[in-house]
Design a protein around this ligand. Structure first.
Ligand code: GTP
Ligand code: MG
Length: 321
């Protein structure tokens, strides 16, 4: 018990506890997005000087102290194994889909589904919410909705399909509408406080869609680098939330036509290498025959690539018999 208290206290140490950081500097740091030890630990001296106005020597001290406090560095293979043993999987509702994913969508990871409109990306997001709430009665899900496609009615239907109380399910999903990419990034940064301040056990974060605002706001070749940098930062925030809280991040992504490709499927995911590299698992979704959906696993660290057919029904995702 005493140990648990100690851990909680340790985690509460913030940037204001760093040497040379008073209230004013802490405020400047936080305003610039350096909200915790990790952000300072990986910052450059120049960045900290710029945002706080402290001397280089002080900035160096801050960075070193932040690094010391975080035990940055190596861990044993056994530590990694222990961490991996705490990873759990969230069911899609389709046994075949789950099997392809090694049991379901993993916690401590980002899974991306990309595909054309109507391919089922949003339906998967809804199904994961319901299933994670079913699997863990204390769990909460966070749904960041950029296209206004979250539908409580669908949650109710899928909850009924999964045999859980629809009201309880709706009460355990925290929905936020993101109005632009900055708002989307800010909401993601706030997820921590749902856990630390409100004590909610968040097991799933859905960002649907990951890329639509970025795509709409940065138009033209000249803005591409800026868009990618921002998207990269966003993916890092998501990866950090996934890893440090052992939760599953599910992001949806659109495709764009790639007219210069004559063979194979002429579509390509938005966000390029930034999204591709930051996602632990990548799934390409498309419409199949007779209203079915096809999910193709194209990138996974420890699973074979594969393909499954499933269907979206009123009660959730189902195998094709
Ligand atoms: P975009 O966001 O437009 O890119 O598409 P998406 O990939 O998110 O598609 P979405 O998940 O919204 O899939 C929509 C499709 O799911 C519909 O065209 C239907 O085929 C199917 N669907 C949605 N609701 C139901 C339902 O209640 N019952 C059944 N059987 N199918 C549904
Ligand atoms: Mg959608």
């Amino acid at each position: 018990m005493a140990d648990a208290k100690l851990v909680v206290r340790m985690e509460k140490i913030g940037v204001e506890d760093l040497p040379g950081v008073g209230a004013a500097t802490a405020e400047k740091l936080e305003a610039a997005g350096f909200k915790d030890m990790m952000a300072v630990a990986v910052a450059s001296i120049g960045e900290l000087v710029e945002v706080t106005g402290v001397s280089e020597a002080v900035a160096r001290k801050m960075i070193n102290a932040a690094r010391d406090s975080m035990k940055l560095g190596f861990e044993t293979g056994m530590d990694v194994l222990k961490k991996r043993e705490s990873i759990s999987k969230i069911s899609t509702g389709s046994e075949n889909f789950d099997r392809m994913m090694g049991g379901g969508f993993e916690t401590s990871a980002i899974t991306e589904c990309f595909g054309e409109f109507g391919s089922g990306k949003t339906q998967i997001g809804h199904a994961l919410c319901v299933n994670t709430l079913k699997e863990d009665p204390d769990a909460h899900a966070v749904y960041i909705d950029t296209e206004n496609t979250f539908r409580p009615e669908r949650i109710r239907q899928m909850a009924q399909g999964a045999g859980i109380d629809p009201e309880d399910a709706l009460n355990r999903i925290m929905v936020a509408r993101a109005y632009n990419s900055d708002h989307q990034m800010l909401l993601t940064e706030k997820i921590d406080s749902l856990m630390t301040e409100q004590g909610k056990k968040v097991r799933l974060v859905v960002v649907d869609s990951l890329t639509s605002h970025f795509r709409a706001e940065f138009i033209g070749r000249g803005t591409l680098a800026e868009r990618q940098q921002k998207l990269n930062r966003h993916m890092h925030t998501l990866a950090k939330i996934a890893n440090s809280n052992n939760l599953c991040v599910y992001v949806t992504n659109q495709v764009m036509a790639k007219p210069d490709q004559f063979f194979g499927d002429p579509t390509q995911a938005i966000g390029g290498h930034v999204v591709a590299h930051a996602s632990t698992f990548r799934i390409y979704l498309r419409k199949g025959k007779k209203g079915t959906r096809v999910a193709k696993l194209i990138d996974a660290p420890n699973l074979a690539d594969g393909e499954v057919v499933f269907e979206v029904t009123e009660g959730g995702l189902k195998d094709i018999n």
